[in-house]
Design a protein around this ligand. Structure first.
Ligand code: HEC
Length: 145
């Protein structure tokens, strides 16, 4: 009876551990980071197109999310983690260039944060500069599965 209780406790504890590992799955983490980057770009695009009113707080939050996420992004590519993801094997062959592309997006975003776009046109201009980075990296390092 007592042993059974201990075993049950171990099983429960074990489940907890595997749940943590799943959350730390680098593919899930990096896709989650990119999803938020995409959502933030969507929020900025809505303002740039005039579908949403200009809101400095929303602009700042979106830019901060892109900046924070793209800095964490290149660390989510341990060797052998290309399976079941849209990450191209070229990332691991050209890790320095891949990291440089991420850093470029980070720098462009930080520049926009330092001089926060003050109106719809400003958001549009920032979006143009920042948005170029997405395609540059995706073309080289993202494959459609
Ligand atoms: C340094 C390279 C790089 C840059 C810069 C970059 N991406 Fe990505 N992005 C990737 C890679 C690689 C993947 C595929 C990740 C995977 O599946 O493991 C990806 C995936 C995505 C996804 C799909 C996420 C999912 O649900 O699986 C979205 C959305 C996305 N990127 C949006 C953006 C936007 C918007 C920008 C520009 C603001 C951007 N990315 C800039 C490399 C980059």
């Amino acid at each position: 009876m007592k042993l059974k209780t201990i075993l049950t406790a171990m099983v429960i504890a074990g489940c907890g551990v595997s749940a943590v590992i799943a959350a730390d799955d680098p593919v899930k983490v990096r896709e989650g980071l990119m999803k938020q980057v995409g959502g933030s770009m969507g929020a900025l695009a809505g303002i740039a197109k005039g579908e949403k009113p200009y809101d400095a707080e929303i602009v700042k939050t979106a830019l901060t999310t892109i900046s924070t996420n793209i800095k964490a992004f290149p660390d989510q590519f341990p060797a052998g983690s290309e399976a079941n993801s849209e990450a191209s094997p070229k990332i691991w062959e050209s890790m320095d260039d891949f990291k440089a592309k991420a850093a470029k997006l980070g720098a462009d975003t930080d520049m926009a944060l330092a001089q926060l776009p003050a109106d719809q046109a400003g958001v549009g201009a920032a979006l143009g500069v920042i948005g170029k980075n997405c395609g540059d990296c995706h073309q080289a390092y993202r494959i459609k599965k």
